[in-house]
Write a protein that binds this ligand. Sequence first.
Ligand code: ZN
Length: 290
Amino acid sequence: MSRKHWFFVLGIWAVLAAVAVAAPQKALIIDGQNGHNWKETTPVLKKLLEETGLFTVDVATSPPKGEDMSGFKPDFAAYDVVISNYQGDSWPEETQQALVDYVKGGGGLVIYHFACAAFPNWKEYNEMSGLGGWGRRNEKHGPYVRWRDGKFVRDTSPGRGGGHGPMQPFQLVIREPNHPITEGLPEKFMHVNDELYGWLRGPAKNLTVLATAFAPKDKGGAGEHEPLLFTVEYGTGRVFQNALGHTAKELKSVAFIATFRRGVEWAATGKVTQKVPDDFPTAEKASVRE
Ligand code: ZN
């Protein structure tokens, strides 16, 4: 090959490499049924991701509750990360299997807030999500994961899965600072008035708790440090769960915004390139974006 040809080949490679670096990750939000106001929260989640410039976001909306679900077959495999804002009727077996295959094969899955209550009797969903609540979950679904004496332990005592006291502001405490999602964040940071999910339970296999918040008994909690941000390795896939964010109002908290965006990027790529924002909350004060 002539010298000119070599320059041409190198040039093509340089362009391809630049495109590969700059290409946004493809994200898919699943909604359509949820005991929560998904019609309000999905557009906020979409915007939060698009604003980073790192993602393009599609939404797959299921048929309403009680209607024929047989045609609900999102093409998970076409995405780098799937975000569930779904809690409702069972999916067709084919759709369930497609999600399992997608995550097992290296896909990213993010479970947002009440999506942890979905599919209580779908074994693989419980394994992918690690911990969940409601839907009559109990000790048969797996242990609670408790932070006691400086380490995480599994508590198999019988009892409900999922619950919370009245809304309250609370402080998150990082329990794993050496994870891409939490790296560089302050050890403690405040979240706004929100539901403090507690008593989550599940198979908790290959689970890493990134952050907990203490739920005092006098505020309707278990008197435990509740896991609220955590990851699960499932096959070669990455799952991130963020239990914060009851309505669009709570999604204005920078504690949510930053951990959600970072968690979605990590689930999609295994890395986090986003800097910690300047308005990130402190140990004493929550931070809100209007
Ligand atoms: Zn809620």
